[in-house]
Design a protein around this ligand. Structure first.
Ligand SMILES: *[C@@H]1O[C@H](CO)[C@@H](O)[C@H](O)[C@H]1NC(C)=O
Length: 285
């Protein structure tokens, strides 16, 4: 049981016994190659995650991580076989990025959209295509290998009270697994409503931290939010929407269709296969 920790040169006081027990249940032999790098990364993660850990200069830790993972390259191919990697998508930042792309293509369009209506379904359809490629061989997790995390609509910014209410219900219910995807919501684990924050960034960090605890993982966060990207580097590799877009382009006709839907160039039936509650929220008006 302690073998794993000592092989990584990781002092055992950094790992509570329960986590060691969990870790011993899953064999790390599945991940061939660069064991040392992986261990170095998880030590850095644990130093930063636990309050009793000795202080690590934040910049230095990040630089080491960069060296180990190349995390600053937001479009680079992943350094791992796809079946061992897990993907978390910051849905609403991706939507915003595609809107910007569309504006560059069609500059005369006056895009007035609600990013909580229909568009989340398009991200879901795109992310669903990644399920075939990623996380087929990964450590155990309470969630699926591809997780999509959504913001909540800000009641101060919309007249659509029904939408606000339905999204809130989803957040209260917590992550839902459907069709190989996990749907997660801002304000499920981390209640930011008192501070009027509706972004899912706290949620993303919380879930990444939780995932990174029991096992070394090959976790990738896809986000267009530079601040979140910087904070998430301690728990995951970060890729930008450009990377996500490249993935879609490499996924044949279905990938192209999902991409065109996100660019608003194509009608789609994006809400068709969703669970009732989620479909209602995405279509609320
Ligand atoms: C989209 O464009 C706006 C305005 O130029 C910019 O502020 C924002 O950061 C861009 N968002 C993304 C995700 O690229």
């Amino acid at each position: 049981m302690l073998q794993r920790a000592s092989r990584c040169g990781m002092p055992s006081r950094f790992l509570p016994t329960a986590l060691l027990l969990l870790a011993s249940l899953w064999s790390s032999t599945t991940f061939a190659g660069s064991g040392e790098e992986r261990c170095r990364r998880s030590v850095v993660q644990r130093h930063s995650a636990l309050p009793s850990a000795p202080p690590v200069p934040f910049g230095a830790a990040r630089q080491r991580l960069r060296d180990a993972t190349g995390a600053s390259e937001l479009t680079a191919p992943l350094p791992w076989p796809p079946e061992t990697a897990e993907i978390m998508v910051d849905a609403h930042s991706i939507i915003q990025w595609y809107w910007n792309e569309t504006l560059e293509i069609e500059q005369d369009l006056n895009l007035v959209h609600d990013k909580f209506m229909f568009w989340p379904g398009r991200v879901v359809n795109a992310a669903k295509l990644l399920v075939r490629r990623y996380g087929l061989d990964r450590p155990p997790s309470p969630w699926s290998p591809v997780i999509v995390v959504f913001d909540l609509p800000d009641p101060g910014m919309t007249w659509n009270g029904k939408q606000v209410k339905l999204y809130r219900n989803l957040a209260r219910q917590g992550p839902t697994i459907h069709d190989g995807l996990t749907f997660a919501w801002s304000n499920t684990y981390v209640d930011t409503s008192a501070s009027e924050m509706y972004r899912c960034d706290r949620e993303v960090l919380y879930m990444l931290e939780m995932l990174s605890r029991p096992y070394p993982r090959r976790q990738v966060l896809v986000t267009a939010d530079p601040k979140l990207a910087e904070q998430a580097e301690l728990f995951s590799l970060v890729r930008g929407p450009e990377w996500f877009d490249q993935e879609l382009q490499s996924l044949g006709q279905e990938g192209q269709a999902a991409r065109e839907a996100l660019l608003g160039l194509k009608e789609d039936n994006s809400l068709e296969d969703l669970p009732f509650g989620i479909k209602n929220a995405f279509a609320a008006r």
